[in-house]
Design a protein around this ligand. Structure first.
Ligand code: FAD
Length: 498
């Protein structure tokens, strides 16, 4: 049988797999995606949009405008149903974006296509065998694939995770809901409703945000969500199930018909015990599943990809030892564990009994205070992530702000320097004294001035560093304070030996 070789094979071309493919292609790695679906078409709308940090991450690659042009900018961050305004946050994108997942995937797929990543569509990974030198990937049919590394971005039921024998511990569901796109002959009460059974909603798929409020289109398909009476039904949901669930709540099914998509989701909460097993890695829903409350899943999947992409590229190219991949687990497992925790807390806060309502009102009161509002908003929008890179300047391990710089070639934004997904050493001091000659093939040295303060979400103003080493994912790996102490060590740790 013919064997096709790639440096990296990604199982699954959803949001996480597409983002990872783009990151690897930018780094010049031969990467391919194996995707079960015959096309990028997604039946149903699924995730509703992007949080601020994801928009920043896309801005770091020069593609945020593609998403902003199609979506609805709005204050979307919320905790337990309490809206958290981030319009005063120090970021170029102090908002979220309402944009359905089918559009997010289409735009990402367009970018990946420009980067000439091959996608084997209509093919399914059924297993793999890994050895010392590579992984043999087994598609259900057709020729087999061999890769140096395999990444499972194949969703919550990940075949790659199961075949790797990686445990997926967590918590069984406590609630279950049906979600569908349908036509209705009678008009329901639009919006979100809650009763003793839980939360239900009706909205048209097409909408606009005007003055911060959702205004639904007059016509077109309706997105219905209805909480089910029982948890644990695993059969494919049908129109009849939806009709019965609606009647159970409203006494009518509003003449529901013509479904284009019916699915069931729960608050099952699980996380892969390890994100890496030898030459096999996991990212996105394959590594973590939780309730959709707060709209975080797609966002952290895309951010997993941006953390992993440059590290995997360096390991594949032999620039860094494979131990660099362990920092992917160390950094991203903690981030998702926190999301699992906050979704479980939010599901608990939304329980319909009187005592939980009282607790919800108390939390809402707390979140109306400025400091709690900022902290929770930064958590929900992904702007507060700090990787543990040791003690030091508050900027260390945190996302680099998109500062306006002045260089010998004119004005420049920091994120523009990250478009190629290459590390940047920004020398902002006088006199210029930093030298990266030994890493010049990997690290861009940019001499620049920044006239203004440094401000981080939640942390506030921080002392202006004289230099920063920015990783391709936008996190700061080293901060200079008039000397280059520790710079060579940081360069070696993150970007390989000189
Ligand atoms: C109702 C609902 C609302 C949500 N709302 C939000 C929201 O507002 N914001 C948010 O951030 N997240 C939200 N999410 C979560 C979000 O949809 C997921 O977190 C996101 O899709 C994960 O992306 P992924 O690429 O990791 O996995 P997936 O999107 O599941 O993609 C996996 C891909 O792998 C393919 N695949 C699977 N198995 C194989 C195989 N064996 N071989 C080859 N290909 C395979 C699949 O066809 C698919 O294309 C919501 C989820 C639901 C259910």
């Amino acid at each position: 049988m013919a064997v096709t070789e790639h440096a990296v094979v990604i199982a699954g071309g959803g949001p996480t797999g597409l983002m990872l493919a783009g990151e690897l292609a930018l780094a010049g790695v031969d990467v391919a995606i194996v995707e079960r679906r015959a096309s990028q078409e997604l039946p149903g709308s699924r995730a509703g949009g992007l949080h601020a940090r994801t928009i920043e991450v896309l801005d770091q690659r020069g593609i945020a405008d593609r998403f902003l042009a199609e979506g609805q900018v709005a204050q979307v961050a919320a905790f337990g149903g309490v809206r958290l305004d981030i319009s005063d946050f120090p970021t170029r994108h102090p908002y979220g974006l309402g944009l359905w997942q089918n559009h997010i995937e289409r735009i990402l797929a367009g970018w990946v296509d420009e980067l000439a990543v091959p996608i084997y569509r209509g093919r399914e990974v059924t297993g793999f065998a890994q050895g010392e030198t590579g992984v043999d990937v087994e598609p259900a049919d057709g020729e087999s694939l061999r890769a140096d590394y395999l990444v499972g971005c194949d969703g919550g039921r990940s075949v790659v995770r199961k075949a790797a024998g990686i445990e997926f511990p967590g918590w069984d569901p406590t609630t279950s809901a049906l979600l569908a796109e349908v036509e209705l002959t009678e008009e329901p009460e639009w919006g979100i409703h809650s009763d003793e059974r839980g939360i239900h909603s009706f909205g048209r798929v097409e909408y606009e945000i005007r003055d911060g409020e959702i205004v639904y289109a007059d016509h077109g398909p309706v997105r219905v969500m209805v909480t089910e009476e029982h948890v644990g039904n695993t059969a494919e949901p049908t129109l009849r199930d939806l009709s019965e669930a609606l009647i159970g709540i409203w006494g009518t099914d509003y003449g529901v018909h013509s479904p284009t998509w019916i699915t069931r989701f729960t608050d099952m909460t699980r996380q892969a015990a390890a994100y890496r097993e030898g030459r096999v890695l996991l990212a996105g829903d394959a590594a973590h599943v939780h309730s959709p409350v707060g709209g975080q899943g797609l966002n952290i999947g895309v951010q997993d990809a941006v953390n992993l992409g440059w590290k995997l590229a360096q390991v594949v190219k032999g620039v860094s030892p494979d131990s660099l991949l362990d920092t992917y687990h160390a950094e991203r497992h903690r981030v998702a564990a926190r999301v699992l925790r906050n979704t479980m807390a939010q599901v608990a806060l939304r329980r319909p009994d009187e005592r939980t309502k009282a607790l919800g009102e108390t939390v809402s009161e707390l979140l109306s205070m400025d400091e709690p509002r900022k902290r929770f908003a930064a958590m929900m929008s992904g702007l507060d992530v700090r990787y543990d890179l040791g003690e030091g300047h508050p900027q260390l391990g945190r996302r680099m702000p998109d500062l306006d710089l002045v260089t010998a070639d004119g004005p420049l934004r920091v994120y523009t320097l990250l478009h190629g997904a290459r590390p940047v050493l920004l020398d902002l001091g006088e006199p210029r004294r930093l030298d990266v000659t030994a890493w010049a093939d990997r690290v861009q040295l940019v001499n620049a001035e920044h006239d203004g303060t440094w401000e981080l979400p939640v942390v506030g103003a921080v002392p202006a560093p004289t230099a920063v080493l920015v990783r391709p994912d936008g996190h700061v790996a080293w901060v200079g304070d008039r000397t280059d102490a520790g710079l060579a060590e940081a360069l070696t740790t993150w970007f390989g030996a000189p």
